[in-house]
Design a protein around this ligand. Structure first.
Ligand SMILES: [Zn+2]
Length: 396
């Protein structure tokens, strides 16, 4: 059996990971009582970003003393998180510098994606987000406690897929999830107040982090997708939701439902009815089932290509209308879309950008982009991995 990963978590690394208003990545100095864990995370994050550094490089980059860095590196090497990779080539005269790197394959993490219709997916990842193994289980209509049992089963399968110590388990769940990993509400799975994090910790003996799938997707873009401080990821699937990171801080909202933009009304006149009882919610314009139904109808038109583009442009316009106040208020520069590329990539995205530019100050500085996610199929699984890295190591 692999060694327990819990002892890797320094007590004050509880000062990293997900918490309201806290940046994912360590920045600058903190109070002495938290200093060691914070500095450890700072060294790990610096190595994570730079890939190869010497102890002297690390001291320079972090502002920590050489002694502190050497001490922390000794601990990180003993924990199997950092490894020495030989000496720097062409080093200046004197003692050559030994290069250090994150040991990405010595520990693994497990990420679960519960957001897809009809199935649960998961993967074993290394610490760089490389997907090493995947597994999935069909839901076959299971809901409530049976769906929870399916998550437990999937996690058991994935644990058998790796012989490395597992740092922890991250889960991207649909619905509203609080900071204790309780799924307050996920109607599609029939979940209400399900303590998913606690259930999975009990069944696996591993540290577990659960977050909403759109928030999880935003973490994936932040760490692996090239999005830095500010990012809004809009997930388009059965519904429409968004995850937000502002200045490196994940946004949860007062009731943990930040980014739930699907039921913002952007219709005018005789807009379609929504499942929530209102008319013209963003989901009535943008959800995958509604878009597919409209495209199927457009296929019968005389000029079906034009009719298809018109449907997609109409959806893009309403997405732009719904997002414009958010983009304007937060001065966002980039919106990332995650969902079926055949629907999103093209007229829909182009019209969304035009609408946003026309309705915000971006019209004047032009620095607004709407793009597709870097890893659309694996975005939740990757983000679930980041949940673990942030919680256990303070790295993202
Ligand atoms: Zn609605």
């Amino acid at each position: 059996m692999s060694s327990t990963p819990r002892n890797l978590q320094h007590p004050a690394v509880a000062g990293t990971g997900l918490a309201r208003g806290r940046a994912l990545r360590p920045r600058g100095k903190v109070l002495p009582e938290y200093a060691r864990a914070h500095n450890r995370a700072l060294v790990l994050q610096t190595l994570y970003d730079a890939k190869l550094l010497s102890r002297a490089d690390l001291a320079r980059e972090t502002g920590l003393t050489r002694v502190t860095v050497s001490d922390l590196i000794a601990e990180l090497i003993a924990d199997g998180l950092v490894v020495e990779r030989g000496q720097r080539e062409g080093a200046r005269p004197g003692k050559p510098a030994v290069m250090l790197e994150i040991d990405a394959d010595a520990h693994h993490v497990i990420g679960l994606d519960l957001s897809e219709p009809g199935r649960f997916r998961g993967a074993v990842l290394d610490l760089r987000g490389t997907i090493l193994q995947t597994a999935e289980l069909p839901l076959d209509g299971r809901r409530g406690e049976q769906a929870v049992a399916t998550v437990v089963e999937l996690l058991d399968i994935l644990r058998e897929c790796t012989d490395r110590p597992v740092l922890g388990v991250g889960v991207g769940s649909p619905g509203v999830v609080d900071l204790a990993g309780i799924v307050l509400s996920a109607p599609n799975l029939g979940w209400r107040d399900v303590p998913l994090q606690q259930v999975l910790e009990y069944s696996s003996g591993l540290p577990v982090q659960v977050a909403n799938d759109a928030n999880t997707a935003a973490l994936a873009e932040h760490t692996f997708g090239g999005a830095f401080g500010d990012v809004m990821v809009v997930r388009v699937g059965h519904g429409v939701g968004a995850g937000l990171l502002i200045d490196g801080v994940p946004l949860f909202g007062s009731r943990f439902a930040a980014g739930e933009i699907g039921h913002v009304v952007v219709g005018e006149g005789d807009a379609d009815a929504c499942a929530c009882g209102k008319h013209g919610c963003l989901e009535t314009w943008m959800s995958v089932p509604r878009l597919r139904a409209r495209l199927a109808a457009a296929a019968d038109a005389a000029d079906s290509a034009a009719a298809r583009a018109a449907v997609l442009r109409d959806a893009g316009k309403h997405l732009g209308m719904a997002l414009a106040p958010v983009v304007g208020a937060l001065n966002l520069a980039e919106i990332v879309l995650s969902g079926p590329a055949d629907l999103l990539d093209g007229p829909l995205t182009e019209t969304a950008v035009d609408t946003l530019r026309a309705r915000t100050m971006a019209e004047f500085h032009g620095d607004l982009a709407v793009r597709m996610a870097a890893n659309p199929d694996d975005i939740v699984v990757l983000g679930a991995g980041v949940l673990v890295l942030a919680a256990q190591l303070g790295v993202s």
